[in-house]
Structure formats: structure tokens, C-alpha cells
Write a protein of this length. Structure first.
Length: 68
């Protein structure tokens, strides 16, 4: 998991920092046969309080089978 929100990337292993917004990504890794893109997770930001409010509304709608 690579945090790309700062001026230099920061790697995390075995956990995701709280409130992180994570998307799929890739990074270049060198192998004897050449350089290849390897899948990874990218932290692109922190979840905002307004996002929590929106997702809690979505959860309530799903729990009560309300179509929107």
C-alpha cells in the first residue's frame, strides 16, 4: 500500500491507515527479464466527514430496501 498524497511516496505493509481513500494502482519493478508493472493499492486521500454522512444514508437505504 503506497500513500501518494505527499511529495514522496510512503509505503505501508500489513495495514491501511484509518480513513484512507484507496484505489487500485501499479508500480514499476525490475526483474531479470526487464521492468514490469506490479499491482498495488494507492492511498489518494483521507475520507471526509461529509463522505461518512453520505455513505451512512446509502447504508440506511440498502438496509430498508429503498430504491432510489
Amino acid at each position: 500500500i503506497i500513500d501518494v498524497t505527499g511529495s514522496t511516496p510512503v509505503e505501508y505493509k500489513s495495514y491501511v491507515p484509518e480513513r484512507s481513500v484507496v484505489i487500485p494502482g501499479s508500480y514499476t519493478k525490475k526483474f531479470p527479464a526487464g521492468e514490469f508493472q506490479v499491482p498495488c493499492a494507492l492511498i489518494i486521500g483521507k475520507r471526509k466527514e461529509s463522505t461518512d454522512k453520505k455513505t451512512s444514508l446509502n447504508d440506511a437505504l440498502r438496509e430498508n430496501n429503498v430504491a432510489v
